[in-house]
Design a protein around this ligand. Structure first.
Ligand code: ATP
Ligand code: MG
Ligand code: MG
Ligand code: MG
Length: 467
C-alpha cells in the first residue's frame, strides 16, 4: 500500500480484507430515495438493509458533501467528492469487533481514539481487550461522540480514530482540535439505543455498526504527503491543470496552490456526478453540478487557464479524472464520451453567460455613475447587484471590485456579505443527516428525514434571469 500507487492498487479492498467481508459496489451519488439530494455517507444505501435482511457489508462509497465546499483546498483534508470506506453490521458483529478491527487496520503507535464519555464499554474494550494504551484513549462529550439520527430514533455513542503526525510530543493534555498534529480519519458509530419521545434511551434489539473512513485521507497517511490533494488519487488532476495554466505546483504560492486544489477537487466531483446521470440545471442536484462547473471555470481563469467561447478546457482536465478511474468505477470509462460532451456544453454556455455578465456590469457601473452625478453622492454599486453578478453570471466579487475600481465606483460590501450569508445558509441545507426510526421499540429502522433544500425557491428566479 505504501509503495504502490493507491489509485491503482485499490486500498478499497484493504478494509474488507482486514475484516474478512465482501465488498459491495458503491451506490450512485444520486440516492435511490427522493428525500435526500445526494449521497453524503456510506450508510445511505443501507437504509433498506436496516430492515434486517443482510447481516454485514463493506463498501467504498462515493460521496458528495457540498457543505465542505468552502473548505476545499483550504484544509488539508476536505473535498466535495471523496470516497468513504465503510464496514457495516446490521445486527451481526458489534462494538468489540468494530473497535478491534479498526485498531488493527491502523498504526498502533500513531493513533488516538476517542470514546463517548459514558461509554465505559468502548473504553474497556479498547483498553483491556485490544490493548490501546490509556493515554491514547480520550473521552469526549455528546457533541463530538454521540450520534443521533434525529430528536428520536436510533442513536448511540461513537468512537473516532485520529492519526497523530507528532506522537513524539507525548500524550498528556493533547488537543485533538490541533489539525496540524491530528487528523480524524475513521468514525465508528455504535447504534445501540432508541431515543423515545420522552427522551429516554432504550436498548435496541438489533444493534448496528456504521463506520466511515476517508479513502483520500488514508492514502495521504500511507503515501506520507502533506495533504489529501497530493495523493495519487488527486494530484495527477492538479498537475494537468498546472500544465494548462503553465505554472509549477511546486513553485506556486499558497493561493495558487489552493486554486489548483479547487480545480482538482471540483473536476473529480463533476465527472462522477455527470457519470451518475446528474444533468446541470438550475435546481437541486443539477444546480450542485452547475455551480461546481462555474467555480472550476472561474478558478481556472484565476490560475491563468485561457478557455474561451470556442474552446472549453474542463474536458481536458476531466479526461485525467477518467484515466484515473479504475475497474471499480468502470461506468465512468464507458460513459466518457457523454460526460465530456456534457461538460463542454455546460462550460461554453457558462462562458457566454460570463460575457453577458461583463456587459451587464458595464451597464450597472454606468448607471451608478450617472445616478451619483444626479444626486451628488459617491458612486456605489449595490450589494444586490454585485451578488447578482456573482450568483447568476459567475463573477467573483474581486473581479467586480477591480472593474468598479477602475471606473471609480465603490461596492456596498456589507449588503453583498448579507446576500452571500443567506445563500450559504441555503446550501448548507443540502447536507443532511440520515434519519432512521424504530417502530414500537422493535428492531426495524426506516424513514429518512426530508431534505430541506431551500435552494429550489431561490434558484427558480435564477432560471428566469438566465432564460
Ligand atoms: P471532519 O470533522 O474532518 O469534517 P466529519 O466528522 O464530518 O469529518 P464523518 O461524517 O465522521 O466526517 O465521516 C467519516 C470520515 O469520512 C471522516 O473521518 C473522514 O475520514 C471522511 N470525510 C468526511 N468528510 C470529508 C470530506 N469533505 N472530504 C474527505 N473526506 C471526508
Ligand atoms: Mg465534516
Ligand atoms: Mg469530525
Ligand atoms: Mg466524524
Amino acid at each position: 500500500l505504501t509503495s504502490r500507487p493507491i489509485s491503482r492498487y485499490q486500498p478499497r479492498c484493504q478494509l474488507a480484507l482486514s475484516i474478512g467481508r465482501k465488498v459491495l459496489p458503491s451506490a450512485s451519488l444520486v440516492p435511490d430515495d427522493p428525500t435526500v439530494l445526494l449521497t453524503i455517507a456510506g450508510m445511505l444505501q443501507f437504509k433498506p438493509i436496516f430492515l434486517g435482511k443482510v447481516p454485514c457489508a463493506t463498501t467504498s462509497q462515493r460521496c458528495i458533501r457540498t457543505n465542505d465546499v468552502e473548505n476545499v483546498g483550504r484544509t488539508s483534508r476536505h473535498h466535495t467528492f471523496f470516497e468513504m470506506l465503510g464496514n457495516f453490521s446490521f445486527g451481526d458483529y458489534f462494538k468489540k469487533e468494530a473497535i478491534k478491527w479498526a485498531w488493527e487496520l491502523t498504526t498502533l503507535e500513531k493513533s488516538m481514539v476517542t470514546v463517548y464519555e459514558d461509554d465505559d464499554e468502548a473504553f474497556e474494550m479498547g483498553h483491556d481487550e485490544v490493548g490501546v494504551p490509556v493515554e491514547r484513549i480520550k473521552r469526549m462529550g455528546e457533541e463530538d461522540n454521540f450520534w443521533t439520527s434525529g430528536v428520536t430514533g436510533p442513536c448511540g455513542p461513537c468512537s473516532e480514530l485520529y492519526y497523530d503526525f507528532r506522537p513524539e510530543r507525548g500524550h498528556s493534555d493533547v488537543d485533538l482540535g490541533d489539525d496540524i498534529r491530528f487528523v480524524e480519519f475513521y468514525n465508528l458509530v455504535f447504534m445501540q439505543y432508541n431515543r423515545t419521545d420522552d427522551g429516554s434511551l432504550e436498548p435496541l434489539k438489533q444493534k448496528n455498526i456504521d463506520t466511515g473512513l476517508g479513502l483520500e485521507l488514508m492514502a495521504r497517511i500511507l503515501q506520507k504527503v502533506p495533504n489529501n490533494y497530493e495523493t495519487d488519487l488527486i494530484f495527477p488532476i492538479i498537475e494537468k491543470a498546472s500544465e494548462l495554466a503553465n505554472v509549477s505546483y511546486a513553485l506556486a504560492d499558497d493561493s495558487m496552490k489552493t486554486n489548483l486544489k479547487i480545480i482538482g477537487d471540483h473536476l473529480h466531483a463533476i465527472v462522477y456526478l455527470l457519470s451518475d446521470g446528474v444533468v446541470p440545471s438550475n435546481i437541486g442536484r443539477g444546480y450542485v453540478v452547475r455551480q461546481l462547473v462555474r467555480r472550476a471555470v472561474r478558478t481556472g481563469r484565476l490560475v491563468g487557464i485561457k478557455g474561451d467561447i470556442e474552446e472549453a478546457f474542463l474536458p481536458t482536465i476531466a479526461e485525467k479524472v477518467i484515466d484515473l478511474s479504475t475497474h471499480i468505477d468502470s461506468d465512468i470509462k464507458t460513459r466518457a464520451f457523454l460526460i465530456l460532451e456534457e461538460l463542454k456544453r455546460e462550460e461554453l454556455q457558462f462562458v457566454q453567460t460570463l460575457e453577458r455578465g461583463e456587459k451587464l456590469l458595464d451597464q450597472m457601473l454606468a448607471d451608478a455613475l450617472s445616478s451619483a452625478q444626479e444626486n451628488s453622492t459617491a458612486p456605489c454599486l449595490s450589494g444586490k447587484d454585485a451578488f447578482l453578478l456573482y450568483d447568476t453570471y459567475g463573477f467573483p466579487v474581486e473581479i467586480t471590485r477591480e472593474v468598479a475600481d477602475e471606473r471609480g465606483v465603490n461596492i456596498d460590501m456589507n449588503s453583498f456579505d448579507i446576500e452571500m450569508e443567506n445563500q450559504r445558509r441555503q446550501s448548507q441545507a443540502t447536507h443532511n443527516a440520515v434519519k432512521l426510526e424504530v417502530e414500537d421499540g422493535g428492531d426495524q429502522a426506516e424513514n429518512i428525514r426530508d431534505t430541506e433544500f431551500r435552494g429550489y425557491d431561490a434558484l427558480s428566479t435564477r432560471a428566469v434571469v438566465e432564460a
